[in-house]
Design a protein around this ligand. Sequence first.
Ligand SMILES: Cc1ncc(C[n+]2csc(CCOP(=O)(O)OP(=O)(O)O)c2C)c(N)n1
Ligand SMILES: [Mg+2]
Length: 331
Amino acid sequence: MAKAAKTNRPTLDELKEMYVKMVVTRRMEEGLFPEHRAGNIRGPIHTCNGQEASAIGATAVLRKDDLVSTTHRGHGHMIGKGVPARGILAEIYGRETGLCRGRAGHMLMADLENGLLGTSAIVGGGPPYAVGQALAFQCQGSDRVAMSCFGDGAAQNGMVHEAMNVAGLWKLPVVFLCEHNMYGLTVPSSSQSPIADISDRAAGYDMPGVKVDGNDVVAVYQAAAEAVARARRGDGPTLLETKTYRMVGFSTTDIGGYQPEEEIAAWAKRDPIKRLREILGKDLKPKELDAMDAEAQGIVDDAYEFAKTSPETPLDDLYVPEYAEVEAAHG
Ligand SMILES: Cc1ncc(C[n+]2csc(CCOP(=O)(O)OP(=O)(O)O)c2C)c(N)n1
Ligand SMILES: [Mg+2]
């Protein structure tokens, strides 16, 4: 297995942007659980609390015209790709101003303007359509890249193997980002996979397999930059595995109790936001760091206000004309 690259170090401005996006993701998601409990949004809601460095670091290296596909745990990938928090929250609240006009909800959002190809609640469903998109890019002679984000549980799914196989065979411009958070639902990964590192499978698809500390945003950024550059220059896919941890339950439906206390405590010490704050603290004064926290909180407060005050999606008009238009365009 290849070691993560030590090149492509993010600039201070990039680190600051990633920090704000990580805090936006954390604060936005923290608001969702109480709102769900209060019955203001429907669920289940899944959050990436603890996994922000993986989501934001990997998507930070994508261009606006690259595409990302994600899962039920995709808010960080959306924020990282530049999808506005307003549109995400309005979609979760079922409002006309949501990304999909309140008709898709938390697990099925897309935003083509910002390269969010889609969110899939079908575990393992994302990699096949990212591969299809990457094939289209290759046929078009474009240098665009598709990134597919999925979990360690999804990695055990047949569709994911098929997707990686064909991507390796045809040298498609796709990055497979496996966010290994140690659980699929309530089941530890050791009960699902005979090997600990999913990236070890990459050799079977003739692509590099790279494993990084998924709570270190710099390491994730560097490894993703290398993988995206490889895909962009036509050298084919990479399987990038980020080792991380889900600090909260699987979703709002999870009653918990299966993640050992010591395990949670050990990962809490490696909180990706705290770690990036320490890195930034070498160049910035505490008040500059506080200002970034305030900026992130402002974005989140504005997005909640926007979502809550937007008109509700009318239940008697759930028709989605965009599908008909796309079908017509393809004949
Ligand atoms: C095809 C399919 N099988 C099962 C499920 C039920 N399910 C939802 S999430 C999940 C576990 C996913 O684990 P992982 O891929 O590791 O993602 P994580 O939730 O840890 O981010 C399962 C089995 C589903 N949604 N789709
Ligand atoms: Mg998992």
